[in-house]
Design a protein around this ligand. Structure first.
Ligand code: HEM
Length: 504
């Protein structure tokens, strides 16, 4: 600037250099804006449109330019709407708001149709994975082995001693983690029912492996060391090895101990279908593994929620114990008068009195009318399986929309059970709502159709037995009654359900 003035051309020099500098600054700014503003924006636009182009483009071609798809967004490549799902389920703890937003977009359907959804294929030949005739065949094996009236009679005798003795042990601890303990007792029962395993090292290792497998069920399918999915696959292999060893040892000592064992593994090994065909070893193991996955977390969570709801609704616990005409405000002391029980109509104390120290049977449970209503209400509100998946087998019209073949559908079971149009005051725990049946199609805790849960009765009787022993002998209170619910991978209290637990 000073130099330019001396040369007598101060003004132009100044203007030129100023312009140049100005140009210099603006081009830097321009690059800066491009790199930090434009490029990310472009990437973002590409990412948000990628799925639309990838999935909807071919459909438009197939339908010559126009296809009326359900409204909604395909989300980001690969992740779909996973991030917003996680935001509502994991961070905000508001699953119903996420579901409600999806529902609003789809008018009254209550189903959310989306881009690919993620699922861990736990086993190749298990009942939960195969389709068509293979599914019907495997399902009948599994159903007969765990859910048929005969199987349940046997299972009653297996699970009761464990439930009853676990509760006695818990009472000695005074405070306990409800989630941890219900898992322990459920897994001990599973070990015994499925492969005649007693508590010990093998069962403990299996428990660890199944924790890993279950953790991976809803994880992203990224199979690299360090990911949840990779760990789940490794755990699955280790669990399979344990069952394979057991199966080989049974083959080696065939025919011995069958009477005493009478478990799922023997049931599956020996069962024949209508053509007299038996399951292969791989099928036996795959099915055991997938039955543990299906039955372990679900049953232990439902049992754990029993603690929660009965602590929050002591009048229900009172009614479970004795008839509802007793003084509700005096629930603890009224339990001491067990001698009155034979004069009482319902429910579990009277049953104990009648059984005179013997285990209850499947028939006894069917007589515990109020207990069965409590079971239904626990599983409705616990929403252990908040959604299920289906795949569209052929192009379908639904409410005026085209649902293309191969699209995956999420059915929000949770929404069915918490919708005020289906249940009066849906978030309140009210077993008496089961004095009559639910509206058709509104109670699908176990799913529906050909894929309905193959262990639904097994789950129900285990919860009923648990309620029976809780009601006749124990009292408890929640240490953190205001604890938050975590919704992933399954609904459970943030503190694991810390409780003070005592004998009556
Ligand atoms: C409270 C406990 C349980 C709940 C809430 C539950 C829920 C469900 C749901 C929602 C499905 C999917 C159904 C569908 O797609 O329509 C399912 C499937 C299944 N569940 Fe359960 N379940 C429970 C306990 C059990 C138990 C104890 C077992 C066995 C040990 C079991 C075995 C199965 C099997 C094998 C399937 C796959 C059925 C098939 O694809 O044919 N579940 N369960």
């Amino acid at each position: 600037m000073l130099m330019s003035f001396k040369e007598g051309k101060p003004r132009e020099q100044h203007t030129e250099s100023h312009r140049a500098r100005k140009m210099g600054i603006s081009s830097e700014t321009w690059w800066f804006a491009l790199v930090f503003g434009g490029a990310p924006l472009l990437v973002w636009v590409l990412l948000t449109w990628w799925n639309e182009i990838w999935y909807i483009g071919p459909l438009k071609l197939r339908y010559s330019g126009y296809v009326k798809l359900p409204p909604g967004t395909m989300g980001l490549p690969y992740f779909g709407e996973m991030l917003s799902f996680l935001w509502y389920f994991k961070i905000l703890h508001l699953p119903d708001e996420f579901i409600e937003a999806k529902k609003q977009r789809l008018a009254s359907s209550g189903h959310h149709l989306s881009s690919p959804v993620l699922r861990l294929r736990t086993s190749e030949s298990s009942v939960a994975v195969v389709n068509g005739k293979a599914h019907t065949r495997l399902r009948s094996y599994v159903f007969n082995a765990i859910n048929s009236p005969d199987a349940l009679k046997r299972i009653f005798l297996v699970v009761q001693p464990r439930i009853s003795s676990s509760l006695q042990l818990w009472a000695d601890k005074v405070t306990l983690n409800g989630m941890k303990e219900t898992k322990k007792v459920t897994f001990a029962n599973i070990g015994k029912m499925f492969a005649n395993f007693e508590p010990g090292l093998v069962l403990d290792s299996l428990d660890g492996y199944f924790a890993g497998i279950i953790g991976g069920v809803r994880a992203q399918r990224i199979n690299v060391p360090g990911t949840t999915y990779h760990h789940a696959l490794k755990c699955r292999k280790s669990a399979t090895d344990i069952f394979r060893k057991e199966l080989e040892s049974r083959r080696l000592h065939a025919k011995s101990h069958i009477e005493e064992r009478n478990d799922l593994m023997d049931g599956l090994i020996n069962m024949k279908d209508k053509q007299g065909k038996k399951l292969g070893d791989g099928e036996v193991i795959d099915n055991i593994v997938s039955l543990v996955i299906a039955g372990y977390e679900s049953t232990s969570l439902a049992s754990m929620w029993s603690f929660y709801y009965l602590a929050k609704f002591p009048d229900v616990l009172q009614k479970l114990r004795v008839s509802d005409n007793l003084d509700m405000n005096n629930s603890w002391s009224s339990l001491e008068c067990v001698s009155q029980c034979n004069s009482m109509q319902d429910e579990n104390l009277a049953m104990t009195h009648k059984k005179n120290g013997n285990f209850i049977t499947a028939k006894d449970i069917s007589e515990l009318k109020y207990t069965n209503k409590v079971v239904e209400e626990i599983i409705r509100l616990a929403n252990v399986a908040p959604f299920i998946f289906r795949i569209v087998k052929e192009d379908t019209e639904y409410q005026g929309f085209k649902i293309p073949k191969d699209w995956k559908i999420i059915i929000w079971l949770r929404h069915l059970h918490t919708d005020p149009r289906n249940y009066n005051d849906p978030m309140s725990f009210n077993p008496d709502r089961w004095n009559g049946p639910a509206k058709p199609g509104t109670f699908q805790v176990f799913g529906g159709g050909a894929r309905i849960c193959a262990g639904n009765m097994l789950a129900r009787v285990q919860i009923a037995i648990f309620l029976h022993y809780l009601a006749i002998g124990y009292k408890w209170e929640l240490i953190n009654p205001g604890t938050k619910t975590m919704y992933l991978p399954h609904p459970k209290p943030e503190d694991g359900l810390q409780i003070k637990f005592k004998r009556i």
